[in-house]
Design a protein around this ligand. Sequence first.
Ligand SMILES: Cc1cc2nc3c(=O)[nH]c(=O)nc-3n(C[C@H](O)[C@H](O)[C@H](O)COP(=O)(O)OP(=O)(O)OC[C@H]3O[C@@H](n4cnc5c(N)ncnc54)[C@H](O)[C@@H]3O)c2cc1C
Length: 414
Amino acid sequence: MEELQNEATRCLNCKTMPCHKACPLGNDIPSFIKAVKEGNLEEAYKILTKTTVLGAICGRVCPHFKQCMGSCVRGIKSEPINIGKLEAFVFDNALEKGYKLEKNSKLLGKKVAVIGGGPSGLTCSAFLAMNGAKVTIYEKQSKLGGITMYGIPDFRLPREVIEKTVNNILSLGIETKCNQELGKDYSLDEITKKYDAVYLSFGANVSAKMNIPGEDLNGVFGGNELLETGKHPDYRGKIVAVSGGGNVAMDAARTIKRMGAKKVYVIYRRAREQMPAEDYEVEEAMKEGVKFLFQNNILKILGNEKVEKLECIKTALVQREGETRLSPVNIEGSNYTIDMDYVVMAVGSKANKDVVEKTGLETTKYGNIKVDQKYMTSKEGVFAGGDLIGTKATVAWAARSGRNAAEEIMKYLI
Ligand SMILES: Cc1cc2nc3c(=O)[nH]c(=O)nc-3n(C[C@H](O)[C@H](O)[C@H](O)COP(=O)(O)OP(=O)(O)OC[C@H]3O[C@@H](n4cnc5c(N)ncnc54)[C@H](O)[C@@H]3O)c2cc1C
């Protein structure tokens, strides 16, 4: 506690609040830090729960250096305030002590179904339930939490933290129907008939493909699916390539290395500075023995039935007009082959096409569910948010759209 209070004391309490502006959830960071400084952890929790119910998770996995901590004025000349650690501490303490989320009765008597219990669905449910709605979460898995539970590995986010967060949210009186999959166990039409409003938040956790020759060989996997299902091949003594440079690539590579692979390569088309993954994650992966092939691209996966080799090529980075980041261009003649046993695709995530099609809702050109400014889909009373509508794929942005949608659902129902 003393160490954290000392950290809080370093906060300059800037009038312009750049940290608050950089937080996707708009958390009142200076005020909660002030409360921590004064030793009032319950007050700090109350301040944070005006905007978030996922502090124990966000405090651990948000890309803080791209958000709040990246804009901390202290960080200009020295280390930024460790906002993530302070937020997690405030929530851990609250969950330990059993502080409850506050309720009112604005939506009393209104029934809302939430399909998908990840960060977005949980946040939407919590803000609706805090306002008195009777919420039921339908979830295809046996546990709630979404990718935080079935994706982000335990070594980054302990399962206990997710379970306590979920239980605290459910203690608002939210009903859950787990092992209930939209499109299989029930249809959207059936659900809309039973509820006053519906919030769709079933995510976008299907691995995108590179569309290169050999991608259908045995031994090629999607990173999202491996991490979601936990169904891995035996990597012991094998060489594995992970294609991509974001969270999924880092989590897959580190998990596979820990599972005994002889060599794990992360193959990324751009340079380290352009990687979407947090720098500390890359650092950790390197320490754990993962090898990085920056500015390399996979051209073909070679093999007879199963993966045997990769044909790769080196890339140069060029600035193209109208593009914000450098584009990789293959360097002619720099092709080479490398022995390989397994390939993991971590080059992007998309929504489940079958389930989306079965809803009959309008979609965007990227296959996400289309919503208007009020988070309403093409069907009256059916709202959507989180990764499913293509928000920036982070926990905090998914939660933000859940909270925004809850506000819009509230306006719709009152
Ligand atoms: C491996 C990995 C690591 C990541 N690491 C980070 C990180 O460190 N920091 C960060 O901020 N973000 C990270 N992200 C991104 C972040 O996890 C997502 O942006 C966020 O979880 C999206 O929340 P969501 O609620 O929209 O969707 P999800 O978390 O995907 O939740 C969707 C829920 O819907 C359920 N569902 C799916 N289909 C159905 C159906 N048909 N019927 C009923 N329920 C269904 C799912 O089981 C799931 O519980 C990571 C993503 C991945 C894949």
